[in-house]
Ligand binder design. Sequence first.
Ligand code: MG
Length: 377
Amino acid sequence: MRYLGRPVGATIAITLVKTHPSAGEIDFMATAAIPTIPTIPAFAFPYLSNTDDSDLSLPRGESPRIAGSGLQVLVVEDSPFARKLIEQALFGQPYSLIFAATGRQAVDLYVQHRPALIIMDWMMPDLNGLEICRRLRSISFEAYTHIIMLTGKRDKQSVVEGLQAGADDYLTKPFHQEELIARVAVGFRTVELHRQIQAKNKTLEKLALTDPMTGLPNRRAIDEWATRELSSAARNNFSVWVIAADLDRFKYINDTFGHNAGDEVLKHFSKILKAYTRKSDLCGRLGGEEFLIVMTHATRADVEKAAERIRTEFEMAPFEFSGCNMIATSSFGVAGFEANSQTQPSFATLVSQADAALYQAKRTGRNRVEVASALLS
Ligand SMILES: [Mg+2]
């Protein structure tokens, strides 16, 4: 970047007009009050011999970044002079600026840096501002990007088109520096509110899918996950297994030792479930003393072994409640299908088959693992 190095005093105003060579748009007309800029660039003095502003264009193949703190602003502007004015306007603000001189560069930089805010010119050599807006809005990122259209197009129809294309705000050239600063700040406020709402939504979503007592996924989470896994199993031919688990004589524990003891048993069983299943399996609590384990990419023998291990560990690991060592037991029913199976029942069918096997385990003495009759035939 080269300046003449001509120092200026306090507040000055410059007015410049430059006509766009192709579109005929008044591409640049800025009235800028510049309070603290130490030097004025060469192009501000047309009467001087060296008025070529080509030294302000982007270096080939790269996008210059101006040091600043975290908040990124992508400036999409083909005119080097306009870029410079925006840079000057935001000078001293807590933003780091990235520049794009073409529409395609804007899309690339957006994907690469995901800036929180974009200042977008309308008339560009390749894609126009409307097309860029539409393209950016079609790329889905979690974090919101606020787009300010900054253009010489002043008619109301253009304002409407810009906003409809995905811009959040519309500013016309010549722009007022303080107004640009204020609108950028408004943009960042919007982005921050968006971020807070997203964070809250995520927390609520997580709560809606979690059993508060054990921290395990609840029935809704299990349904959603298992449905996804089953449709993937249909495409990719892998095995899916459902284990219905139930604590034995849970009502007796609750009635004899109180609900706090019952809660402790549920938490204790959940810990064992998590400890003795793979991360890729899903263990959830359906409600009461009923649990469900969904396993994929395993053989029937592996699944039976896993259920047997959980059963044994739970039986062997007494837990303490009110100074007493207590032992509880659990029963299991296994249903599912192997990889490359001819028939792949629905999740509801698998759950009812596993439930029937669990009932069989209860009926034949509890504290055991039974396999669904569909697997035995
Ligand atoms: Mg332009």
